[in-house]
Ligand binder design. Structure first.
Ligand SMILES: Nc1ncnc2c1ncn2[C@@H]1O[C@H](COP(=O)(O)OP(=O)(O)OP(=O)(O)O)[C@@H](O)[C@H]1O
Ligand SMILES: [Mg+2]
Length: 461
């Protein structure tokens, strides 16, 4: 049963139920009709027969012998009924309504049967209905009253009715099958379209395809909509993964090319002034450092994508922040760093990740603040949350750039000039860390004035 398509199964069920219903209705109509017609025939046979029998008794009462009886049946509407009065030996005494067809059995035999009404068929295959009544006078059987009618008209009309019913039922069934098939096809059209699209995607990997369905927004319409939304998000994920791989290989190729070029120079030039050699080696070292940072960042993001397990513990945000500030103070001599750490700021989180988060934000604030500027870092507790605020007076981010700064490899135009060695992976990592801690990050920035980054972590106490 599983291999029969649903469409066909539905149609078959539809036809079966419809057919059964049709057969039930038409059969009952036919049977009711038929019974009432044949009953009507019997009734007229019986009533005519009774009339004749009564007339016979009246004559007998008058003293007329049975063989002399002459009946006036002019006033009776015979309606196609033929009758005869016969004596016990079968001699016809009186007839009316035409000649009688006789069944193959004798009258006493016929009368011996319990049922006085009999149906028989003549050699021309025409059916007759006959009613036999005995004339009993003073306890003596004198003869019989026979009345008979041909059933050919009723049989013909009944056959015609049967034919009509069968043809209408078959026609109705055909119509039901066609409309059932059409309806099922129409109802399953979106599913067929989804299957086609899914198959096309499986063959071509073209996530840009969509199911083009413009029907009602019913259950199937919603299914198509959801399927298209799913395709959209798959396409986005696929494209961003593709972009990420392209960007990553591009970013990795640049420092490698520089390092290889410098090695070539070192190999080719035998006598090189010491200062130039040192400069080339410095250049190589810088690129190698940049590359190892890039690789470390890529690794973090790859782990993030793989759903890495993170160990949480009680973490003091103030402790981490001051640790990062101390490290930063060692290499920064360009901007002034002001710190203002609140009292206890305990959160449930990963020490390493929160430290990485603070480094990324502070690193940006210092890098994108020109000489003479100030970077303020502040922690505080507010409404059950620990805030880490990093505020700088640097180059800021333009309104157009702001929505993109958390995208992988995205770098602001001014930022590229200010710090060409950046990779654009800092903030995407920061965002992932924030998500892992179910925290919030807010960015307020104005180009030329400065940037404010606020992280809100859930406080433990
Ligand atoms: N404090 C800031 N001031 C001005 N612009 C900023 C600041 N922080 C982030 N940005 C903007 O956001 C962009 C993305 O920052 P992100 O830290 O992700 O990358 P990056 O700093 O360019 O490179 P790296 O991955 O090496 O840190 C930056 O290029 C810059 O345009
Ligand atoms: Mg950065």
């Amino acid at each position: 049963m599983r291999t029969i398509p649903i469409r066909l199964r539905l149609t078959l069920w539809y036809c079966l139920i419809f057919g059964l219903l049709m057969i039930m209705i038409t059969t009952s109509i036919y049977l009711i009709h038929r019974t009432s017609h044949y009953r009507e025939v019997d009734r007229s046979l019986v009533s005519i027969s009774e009339y004749i029998l009564n007339g016979t008794y009246t004559e007998l009462d008058k003293g007329v012998s049975l063989s002399k009886i002459q009946l006036e049946a002019k006033n009776v509407s015979l309606n196609g009924v033929a009758f005869a009065i016969e004596d016990i030996s079968g001699v016809s005494i009186a007839t009316g309504g035409g000649a009688l067809k006789r069944p193959d059995i004798t009258l006493p035999e016929m009368h011996g049967m319990r049922e006085p009404l009999h149906t028989f068929t003549d050699q021309d295959q025409i059916r007759y209905r006959m009613y036999v009544q005995t004339i009993v006078y003073h306890d003596e059987i004198l003869g019989y009253v026979l009345s008979e009618i041909s059933l050919s008209n009723i049989d013909r009309s009944m056959n015609f009715l049967l034919w009509l019913i069968v043809s209408f039922t078959l026609f109705g069934l055909g119509l039901a099958a066609l409309s059932g098939w059409y309806l099922a096809r129409k109802a399953f059209q979106p599913i067929a379209m989804i299957t086609d699209t899914a198959q096309a995607i499986a063959h071509t990997q073209g996530f840009g395809q969509r199911v083009m369905y413009e029907g009602a927004r019913d259950e199937l319409g919603l299914l198509v909509e959801t399927f298209n939304e799913m395709l959209q998000s798959l396409e986005n994920a696929y494209l961003s993964q593709k972009r990420f791989t392209e960007n990553a290989s591009h970013e990795l190729r640049a420092p490698l090319t520089t390092i290889r070029g410098n090695i070539d120079i070192l190999q080719a030039v035998e006598r090189m002034p010491e200062s130039e050699r040192i400069e080339i080696l410095d250049d190589m070292k810088r690129e190698a450092v940049r590359m190892s940072r890039l690789v470390a960042e890529l690794l973090t993001l790859a782990r993030a994508d793989a759903g890495q397990e993170i160990a949480f513990e009680v973490v003091d945000v103030n402790e981490i922040t001051s640790e990062v500030i101390d490290e930063m103070l060692n290499w920064n001599s360009v901007v002034e760093i002001e710190s203002q750490l609140g009292p206890s700021a305990l959160v449930w989180g990963s020490r390493d990740l929160i430290k990485q988060l603070v480094i990324i934000l502070l690193d940006n604030a210092i890098r994108y603040t020109p000489q003479g500027g100030t970077v303020r870092i502040r922690t505080k507790k507010e409404h059950g949350r620990v805030h880490i605020e990093i505020i700088d007076t640097g180059i800021g981010v333009s309104e157009q750039e702001l929505p993109h700064i958390f995208e992988r490899f995205y770098r602001g135009e001014l930022a590229r000039i200010h710090f060409p060695a950046g990779t654009g992976l800092g903030l995407p990592i920061a965002r992932w860390i924030v998500e892992q801690h179910q925290a919030q990050i807010i960015v307020l920035s104005e180009q030329g004035k400065g940037t404010q980054m606020i992280v809100k972590l859930t406080a433990l106490l």
